[in-house]
Every structure is written in structure tokens, then in C-alpha cells.
Design a protein around this ligand. Structure first.
Ligand code: DGY
Length: 328
């Protein structure tokens, strides 16, 4: 059977695939494929290992062929795949959630919070440029975290790990989720809040929701208008949860004190105004980029392929309802 891997991944997690006896085709380019390159290589595949930069809808699935049975997405998010189209066609979609990825994203979220609050990137840039002339009372004053309020939108595994770390910094924690999470409240000391209250009372807002039609551009001009002045926004979730142009406006007017973004509305493009702003930290979608997380993601993505092609049910099926009517 043919398995197409749309890009080389770190580590040696592909080794069991090559040992499996299936025909394994790995893209020879170390970059995202164009849609036509993707189709050309993927045509005739029984299973795909895809990245979040591969946009896959029903048309692409049909062009790959009726033998396509599995899309194993090397990511936790699967907003790059039209899940309903896959389910309609009996194609199983899997993803790669794990503690390793959750920890990595929570740690990166904290790297961004600390860097923004203590102006680490600006200070580093200024020091390298030779601007440091000795201790000064007023350079690079930042904001303390102790006693401040962190507003977490999305209290899943990552949101919970971010909250646990916030306890260590002596912060108050508000959270918003579709329904109250009493276990998180007991274990993490977090307080449920509706969004308006969270916006009005948080000093830092951190996003941990998946991208869905409901969360698309949920952080927009209306949300910014309800936020406390000078708030920091952290996004390690998905870029399109934030309406990027309205974020730029809120930063420009000083309504927002700063933003740290790992993800963007239209990746890999970034609004040039964000790039020019000193109170904005930008990282290139690397929140899960630890060896531990990427090895785990690779192993999970490969296992899903090996399990499905040997007739077993893979872990982490994103469209569980497909199983009874999957293609065989
Ligand atoms: C994910 O897994 O969804 C991350 O955004 C990429 O690692």
C-alpha cells in the first residue's frame, strides 16, 4: 500500500514505516508543497501523513483517489482538514495530542508571557546593538506578574498546564470554557468567568481554543473594546482566532499593552505593522517545537498509519463517527 508523507519530520520516527513493506513516498522538498505538487505526489495513496500547512478538502481527497483511507495529521489541530468531507467519504482522520505536546505549548506560552512582561526581546536587541552603557534606573521597565490576573480562554489540557504554571508566579487565574470545569477549579484554583468579565479583569489573556467556525476571529474589535487598558495578548493556539488587523489597531491605539504571537491569521504571512512594533513578540509557530514533542508526534502519526493499514483502530481519531462506515 502507498503512504505519502508530505514533508520530512525530525528524528527517526519514519523508520518503522520504511520497515513495514508498504510503498513509502516522502516529499523530497523541505518546504510546504504547492497544492499541485501535493496532489501529484499523493495521488494513489492509501494513507497520508500531512502537516498543518497542507489544506485538504473533499476535492483533494477525491483527486487522491477512492483508495484513500487515512489522513494522519502530524499536529494536534486539524483545522487544515475538512473533517466533514473526510467523514462523508469514509476516510479516517487522526491527530497527535499528547502530554509532550501540551507541555511544550504551555512552556512556550510561558516563555512568551515572561518575555513580553519583562521586555526580554527588546532588551536583548538593544544590548547586542551596543546601547548598554551601564545600570540605569529607568531602562526596560516591565510588569510584575505576581498578584496580576491571567485570563485563560480554553481550559483544556494546555490551558490547564498554563494555569498550573501561573500558580507558581502567584497570579490570579480566570478561565472561560463552554462549560464550567469544577475539577480544574479544585485542582488549579482557577475561577470560571464569562468572556466579558474575563476581558474586563485580566492583565494578560492567553488563548487555548481550537480554530472552529465559533472561535474564528473571536478576538476582534468588540473583544478588545471590552478589555482592560494595557492588557497583553498571548496566542499559541491558532492565528485566525484573532482578527489580526483589529489586533494591529488595538496595539496602535495603545488599548493593548503588547502581544506575543506564535501563530498568524494567514500563515506564513504576517501583518507588516506587527513586525514593526516593539511591544510585539513574534515566533514562527514553534510552540510544540521540542524534541520530546516532535518525536512523540512523529511516532503517533506513524503508528496511526501502521495500525489502520493492518486493520486495527488507531488512537486519536478526530472523526470517531467515521469508524463504522470507514473505507476498507
Ligand atoms: C499543533 O500540533 O496543532 C501545533 O500547532 C503544531 O505543532
Amino acid at each position: 500500500m502507498k503512504v505519502f508523507v508530505s514533508r520530512k519530520v525530525p528524528g527517526d520516527c519514519l523508520r518503522p514505516l520504511f520497515a513495514s513493506g508498504h510503498e513509502i513516498v516522502v516529499s523530497e522538498f523541505d518546504r510546504p508543497l504547492t497544492p499541485s505538487e501535493f496532489l501529484e505526489k499523493a495521488a494513489g495513496s492509501d494513507a497520508l501523513i500531512t502537516l498543518l500547512s497542507d489544506k485538504i478538502d473533499g476535492e483533494v481527497m477525491d483527486a487522491i483517489g477512492p483508495q484513500l483511507r487515512l489522513i494522519s495529521n502530524y499536529a494536534v489541530g486539524f483545522d487544515n482538514i475538512n473533517l466533514a468531507d473526510a467523514t462523508d467519504r469514509g476516510i479516517v482522520v487522526t491527530n497527535t495530542p499528547s502530554d509532550e505536546v501540551n507541555e511544550a505549548v504551555a512552556e512556550h506560552t510561558w516563555a512568551l508571557i515572561l518575555a513580553l512582561a519583562r521586555r526580554v526581546v527588546e532588551a536583548d536587541e538593544s544590548t547586542r546593538r551596543g546601547a548598554y552603557k551601564g545600570w540605569e534606573p529607568g531602562i526596560f521597565l516591565g510588569k510584575s506578574l505576581a498578584g496580576k490576573t491571567l485570563g485563560i480562554i480554553g481550559m483544556g489540557r494546555i490551558g490547564g498546564m498554563v494555569a498550573r504554571r501561573a500558580q507558581g508566579f502567584g497570579m490570579n487565574i480566570l478561565y472561560n470554557k463552554r462549560s464550567r470545569d469544577e475539577k480544574a477549579e479544585r485542582e488549579l484554583g482557577v475561577v470560571f468567568s464569562n468572556l466579558d468579565n474575563l476581558y474586563a479583569n485580566s492583565d494578560i489573556v492567553s488563548l487555548h481554543v481550537p480554530l472552529t467556525p465559533e472561535t474564528h476571529h473571536m478576538i476582534n474589535a468588540d473583544a478588545f473594546s471590552k478589555m482592560k487598558d494595557g492588557i497583553f495578548l498571548i496566542n499559541t493556539a491558532r492565528g485566525s482566532v484573532v482578527y489580526e488587523q483589529e489586533l494591529v489597531n488595538a496595539l496602535r491605539t495603545g488599548k493593548l499593552g503588547g502581544a506575543a504571537l506564535d501563530v498568524f491569521d494567514n500563515e506564513p504571512d504576517i501583518n507588516p505593522e506587527l513586525i514593526a512594533m516593539e511591544n510585539v513578540i513574534l515566533t514562527p509557530h514553534i510552540a510544540s517545537a521540542t524534541w520530546e514533542a516532535r518525536n512523540k508526534m512523529g511516532n503517533q502519526a506513524v503508528n496511526s498509519v501502521l495500525m489502520l493499514l493492518s486493520g486495527q483502530k488507531p488512537d486519536n481519531i478526530a472523526n470517531e463517527e467515521v469508524w463504522e462506515k470507514r473505507r476498507v
